[in-house]
Design a protein around this ligand. Structure first.
Ligand SMILES: *Cc1c(COP(=O)(O)O)cnc(C)c1O
Length: 425
């Protein structure tokens, strides 16, 4: 034991650990992280890193946030855990009340899960069973090309990024796809949706509203998406907004759906929901969806549960996170980052190597002018360049993006901008 403790994390890790999204034959050793605060992380050698992507868009109020820590510490001393079937508790009830204050007005019920993929699974199962309960056969989902919704089977089916799905394609749900609507093609996309609705028995349309994260922070047109949702509503097809990435202020409003006139029937939330402190997710829905499950027949209920549904510690973190999101300080931080990004975007746009420079809320993204494979060697070199310099950025192919925690300082932000300029110069 003594001997193990003297070995570094990398050597001990290599013995027994299998990492996610990793080809172990060629991957470099992972970095052993020992501490984090605000927008900073430190590795076991004392090297400091600026977290430019808020650890996969979770720690938006900063790492080891005092308010979140206090809320979770207090909760764990009162009630650690209870089953959520047949029982309830204050943190879950309180969180449902808080969410009702900020979610789009048509959302009425909160279903708890434990991670992003399971929030999507629950949403898809809700949609399929909603029609099954009514005796209607609907076997098809509609989703965007290049969407990402998670790595479990239902979520993977809805996802259109083939580098993740390849080996499983024969085992997935039936999904038909639409390109994302842009200013130039939105009428064509709407017409395509009309055709798909006629050709297939569609249960639901699932989408990442306004920004497709894993696809490379691709933006699309709010008006175009609104028209698609409206058509679904007119033809009685459920709409599912996957706001796991976009939720909790990143796009400049609390939710990306706040930019839409037509509100989704079902929403998926996770990631920043708990400020990175605890895995938890939510599938919220309208009263109509909920009522589709009410019956004297037990089998028409939603028989879906995860052991850790509505974990009190996750709920406590989420309540504290929403307090922070709505606080004057965080609102000012969001506005400050957006302004700063917009200023930097102007500078970046003058560089011929930086294409399609775009900003939405605290998200800044652009493409480098040479194409790269998603996990190709050029992309990996770029990733390593940032890491060597102490920046955590994860280029998606040739897309470089920033999605910093709201607490990042101007000084830290400028360091990120400078290193990006170095790449494009
Ligand atoms: C991360 C993500 C998911 C999956 O969440 P996990 O917690 O990783 O399972 C689903 N949808 C979107 C949009 C995401 O960004």
């Amino acid at each position: 034991m003594q001997k193990n403790l003297k070995m570094n994390l990398q050597d001990r890790d290599r013995k027994h650990i299998w990492h996610p999204l990793t080809q172990h034959q060629t991957a470099k050793d992972p970095i052993g992280i020992v501490k984090a605060k605000g927008a900073l992380l430190w590795d076991e050698n004392g090297k400091e890193y600026i977290d430019g992507i808020a650890s996969w868009y979770t720690t938006m109020y900063g790492h080891c946030n005092d308010h979140i820590i206090a809320a979770v510490s207090e909760q764990m001393q009162t009630l650690d855990f209870t089953m959520f079937t047949g029982f309830t508790h204050e943190p879950a009830v309180r969180l449902s009340e808080k969410l009702m204050e900020i979610l789009p007005e048509n959302q009425a019920k909160i279903f708890f899960n434990d991670n992003g993929s399971t929030a999507v699974e629950a949403a898809i199962k809700m949609a399929l069973q909603f029609f099954h309960n009514r005796g209607e056969r609907r076997d098809t989902l509609i989703a965007f090309e290049d969407g990402f919704h998670g790595d479990t089977f239902g979520a993977m089916s809805a996802s259109g990024i083939s580098s993740y799905n390849g080996p499983f394609e024969d085992f997935l749900l039936k999904v038909v796809r639409l390109p994302v609507p842009q200013e130039h093609n939105k009428d064509r996309v709407l017409a395509l949706l009309k055709t798909l609705l006629q050709q297939h028995q569609c249960a639901a349309f699932i989408f990442e509203p306004l920004v497709q994260g894993a696809a490379g922070m691709k933006f699309h047109d709010a008006g175009g998406l609104d028209a698609l949702i409206q058509l679904c509503k007119e033809t009685n097809v459920l709409t599912i907004a996957d706001e796991i990435m976009t939720g909790f202020g990143k796009t400049g409003r609390n939710f990306a759906s706040d930019f839409l006139a037509h509100k989704p029937d079902i929403m998926c939330l996770s990631k920043a929901l708990t400020a990175g402190m605890f895995p938890l997710s939510i599938t919220s829905c309208s009263q109509d969806v909920f009522e589709g499950f009410l019956s004297e027949a037990p089998s028409k209920g939603f028989f879906h549960a995860h052991t850790f549904s509505a974990h009190p510690l996750g709920c406590a973190a989420a309540i504290a996170g929403i307090d922070l999101m709505l606080s004057k300080g965080m609102q000012e931080n969001q506005a400050r980052i957006k302004l700063s990004h917009e200023h930097f975007a102007k500078v970046l746009s003058t560089r011929p190597k930086a294409l399609n420079v775009r900003v939405k809320g605290v998200i800044l993204a652009f493409e480098l002018d040479n194409a790269m494979d998603r996990y190709g060697s050029q992309r990996n070199q770029l990733y390593q360049f940032f890491i060597d310099k102490g920046f955590i950025l994860r280029p998606l192919g040739n897309t470089i993006y920033l999605l910093p925690p709201y607490v990042i300082t101007n000084k830290e932000l400028n360091k990120l901008y400078d290193t990006i300029l170095e790449v494009v110069n």
